[in-house]
Design a protein around this ligand. Structure first.
Ligand SMILES: Cc1cc2nc3c(=O)[nH]c(=O)nc-3n(C[C@H](O)[C@H](O)[C@H](O)COP(=O)(O)OP(=O)(O)OC[C@H]3O[C@@H](n4cnc5c(N)ncnc54)[C@H](O)[C@@H]3O)c2cc1C
Length: 407
């Protein structure tokens, strides 16, 4: 079987690319090395941006185990602020949580309904000649075969063995994240807000680098996780599981976190950020989602950016198949146009918060200032309305001023 386009990976990036290609009448074959429902280390959190992408793909929000959330409760130590998702002309005023084990297979199913072939339990590896993928080896339980697609979409996630196989590399000077999560049973599983802690302390009260979250799943369990970014001091020597342990122990009593309510061993993963992986296109291949480093450095969100970059890539792939040999290069330009400025500000921001003094000031001073926090949420979740977009630099300046006032 030789399809025009082979999509490698059936997470959000691959499923969305396959969906938009198939909807455009293109013959597309997606291969996923695992079987749905497959586990993925993730907070399971969907912002309004991600909801918009799901809405556009015709996702059925009512028939599923999806839990709607209406905002964020942020903590800095014991200081707390509750913020609703902002009003926006394009995005809904709600987000959600849904286990990735359920979400990803469902979205791949939407691509299948549009006509994509979705093959599970199959691992793809490239055969490369002069920057062109001349063949792809597919390995499944029955053995090995080679296919020869015209174009390959690489959506194989943060480890991206296929991506490295075609020569893609991560920029070491760009930020990078690590995070870990576990599931706990909780009487507050139906909380309608996601929660984050910006100031994690160990049992002795010493500050630890990193952030923590509680994302209620609405099904009797909560997703509790912790992460850190490479700009944090000494980050390589810090074990994310230890941060999660400290955070879980410090959580308010109402979540009822104990060893007995934790049913699964926490698992972790990498967060390649700020479009740090490249080149993003070759002669007949293109990177999307985590394989391209698409995670938002401000908040560690990657599901939406996998959907968005997949959707964007599908347009350039369609154009290339229609005979425009230079089409794929346009993807680079659009990524820069849509995300370039935003990521530049985000990189400055995560560098600043890597300094413990700045982080402390930001969290303790900033959290008392509601208007500033409302803007911060808008910027961090990339929810500025088009007419406000130029404001992100101003907001950063405002955050910087807060830092200076507090230091
Ligand atoms: C602990 C943690 C918490 C996170 N929390 C959130 C969150 O709450 N919200 C959010 O938006 N983002 C979160 N993220 C980021 C998010 O999980 C990723 O950005 C997102 O999954 C990227 O989607 P993707 O499709 O690019 O890659 P993936 O979801 O990783 O999908 C890649 C797929 O490719 C398959 N694959 C790999 N290699 C091959 C191969 N050779 N052949 C065939 N198939 C292959 C894999 O099995 C996998 O299914 C979190 C990440 C971590 C680590």
């Amino acid at each position: 079987m030789n399809s025009q386009v082979l999509v490698v990976g059936g997470g959000p990036g691959g499923a969305s690319t396959a969906y938009w290609l198939a909807r455009n009448g293109i013959d597309v074959h997606l291969v996923e090395k695992k079987h749905y429902p497959r586990e993925k280390a993730c907070g399971d959190g969907l912002t309004p941006r991600a909801i918009k992408q799901l809405l556009d793909m015709g996702f059925d929000f009512d028939g599923l185990d999806l839990h709607r959330v209406y905002g964020l409760r942020a903590y800095a130590g014991d200081l707390k602020i509750e913020l609703e998702w902002p009003d926006h002309s394009a995005y809904p005023k709600w987000g959600a949580t849904m286990r990735r084990a359920d979400l990803d297979g469902t979205v791949a199913g939407l691509a299948e309904k549009q006509g994509a072939i979705v093959e599970q339990g199959t691992t793809a590896m490239p055969i490369l000649e002069n920057d062109r993928v001349t063949g792809v080896t597919l390995t499944d339980a029955d053995g090995e075969r080679t296919v020869h697609p015209d174009l390959v979409v690489i959506a194989d996630g943060s480890n991206s063995r296929f991506g490295r196989g075609v020569g893609a590399k991560r920029r070491r000077d760009f930020p990078y994240g690590m995070a870990v999560r576990g599931y706990w049973e909780s009487p507050n599983s139906d909380d309608s807000m996601i929660e984050s802690q910006l100031d994690i302390r160990d049992a002795e009260g010493r500050a630890m680098p990193g952030y923590g979250w509680v994302f209620p799943l609405g099904d009797g369990e909560i997703n509790v996780g912790a992460g850190l970014v490479s700009t944090f001091k000494g980050w390589k020597d810090i074990n994310t599981s230890r941060i999660l342990e400290a955070y879980a122990q410090s959580l308010p009593e109402r979540w009822k976190i104990t060893e007995e309510t934790n049913h699964t061993r926490p698992i972790g993963g990498k967060l390649p950020m700020s479009l740090s992986v490249g080149p993003k296109v070759g002669r007949n291949w293109i990177l999307v989602g985590d394989a391209s480093g698409a995670v938002n450095p401000f908040n560690g969100e990657g599901i939406d950016y996998a959907y968005e970059t997949g959707r964007m890539a599908a347009r350039y792939v369609a154009d290339a198949l229609a005979g425009n040999e230079l089409a794929l290069a346009g993807y680079n330009d659009e990524l820069e146009e849509v995300y370039g400025d935003y990521h530049r500000v985000a990189r400055i921001f995560v560098k600043a918060i890597g300094n413990p003094a700045i982080m402390k000031t930001l969290t303790t001073v900033g959290i008392r200032n509601r208007p500033l926090m409302e803007w911060t949420l808008k910027v961090m979740a990339n929810l500025l309305d088009p007419e406000e977009a130029g404001m992100s630099e101003h907001i950063y300046t405002a955050i910087e001023r807060t830092v200076n006032v507090g230091s």
